[in-house]
Design a protein around this ligand. Structure first.
Ligand SMILES: [Mn+2]
Length: 383
């Protein structure tokens, strides 16, 4: 039913890793999002069903709006629960690494994972996995989420009958959050075949959407109002915008982690907007966190690599800067200036010349008047 994207070799690798392990640890990236938690708990559900001893360890805090998932309360936090973390890690004969491509993405937990002598299996959809760090790699950057990849793996292994109701909820939550509830990066018709399969297992997608989206404090709504009214700088010519928010401002709104989630997407609601940049002062460490979102072909990941020591996906990427907010704003402005031509629809010099040449040829050969030419181009556009 689904397009074949998982190779028989990949199925063989994963089957063998799963079958030969009894004690399994699942880890995902720092500041886990819906896909990290969804895919981790989805795999946890499956492993449990297969009779494994399994523990999910996350590097740090994950947002409140993901706590409704079954067994979210059993997740071990590495930053708080060192003893429980090390007990599970030392027992593990397999560590499954989900939704990240490099141990640096999981901070100190990565150091601990690298010290263990057991197998490390990566299941992920980010570009360029670090091949030195994982024994086996199942990497599919073309997929919308790690949760989608997990579903496809279970399908390819002929194991969908072991997908529980809770597992189906987890996978749906991961797919939904990594695609902004199917508003970007989700044109693959298979995605909707998968959802239909999950719905057949009884999940209530409307309720899951509500659990994730409508789970904030009044302060968060006021914070959104403040950001949009007071902080958002729009550069109409560049189809881009920038907002920067400091620690003191966040405190004013009794900031809880997760409260800034998704605000960076909002400026993309402006007609023709291509790029949104958010600079946020970290509340714990002296650094500026950068998030960017874009539409169509503008590569946020390249932009973030060039200016913000980061990377990510084409339309959603981030990074960090170790400097003051004022310096961070300067860097962002420099980025906008450098990418001016890509953002501002300025035709390149060659295109200019080509257009000029074509126009002269048209006029000299056909003698079409200007208004007629316009009519013609409109017609072509329609088609
Ligand atoms: Mn993901």
């Amino acid at each position: 039913m689904l397009k074949k994207k998982i190779t028989p070799q990949e199925v063989a690798i994963v089957k063998k890793d799963f079958e030969t392990s009894r004690n399994v640890v699942i880890v995902c990236h720092t500041s886990p999002d819906g896909d990290a938690i969804g895919s981790s708990l989805g795999l946890y559900e499956y492993m449990k069903r297969k009779g494994k001893q399994v523990t999910v360890i996350v590097p740090n805090y994950f947002p409140d709006f993901l706590h409704w998932m079954k067994d979210a309360d059993k997740i071990v936090r590495f930053d708080w629960q060192k003893t429980a973390s090390y007990t599970a890690l030392k027992m593990a004969d397999l560590i499954c690494c989900l939704d990240f491509n490099d141990m640096r993405r999981i901070d100190d937990l990565g150091v601990a994972v690298m010290r263990m002598r057991c197998k490390r299996l990566l299941i992920d959809h980010h570009l360029d996995p670090n091949r030195q760090q994982f024994g086996h790699i199942i990497s599919h950057p073309e997929m919308s989420s790690t949760s989608e990849l997990l579903f496809r793996l279970l399908d390819a292994m002929g194991e969908l009958n072991s997908l529980t109701f809770a597992g189906a909820e987890d996978i749906y939550a991961g797919m939904a959050t990594d695609t902004g509830f199917f508003s970007f990066n989700s044109n693959d018709p298979d995605i909707f075949l998968i959802i239909s399969e999950l719905l057949r297992r009884g999940i209530d997608k409307d309720k899951i959407n509500r659990n994730i989206q409508n789970n904030y404090s009044p302060d968060r709504l006021r914070l959104i109002g403040y950001v949009l009214y007071e902080k958002l700088q729009v550069f109409p010519e560049l189809h881009a915008s920038l907002f920067a928010i400091k620690k003191e401002e966040l405190t004013q709104f009794h900031y809880l982690k997760g409260d800034m989630e998704g605000i960076v997407n909002m400026p993309l609601q402006i007609k023709g907007h291509k790029l949104s940049i958010c600079l946020r002062e970290d509340t714990e460490r002296p650094l500026i966190r950068v998030s960017t979102r874009s539409v169509d072909d503008f590569p946020c990941n390249e932009f973030c690599t060039e200016f913000f020591n980061g990377g990510g996906h084409k339309n959603a990427a981030g990074g960090t800067l170790e400097c003051t907010m004022e310096e961070a704003i300067d860097i962002a402005m420099k980025g906008l200036e450098t990418w001016h031509d890509r953002l501002a629809d300025v035709p390149s010099k060659e295109e200019d010349k080509k257009d000029a040449k074509e126009a002269t040829t048209m006029e000299s050969v056909t003698g079409i008047e200007d208004d007629k030419k316009e009519d013609k181009s409109e017609e072509t556009k329609e088609k």
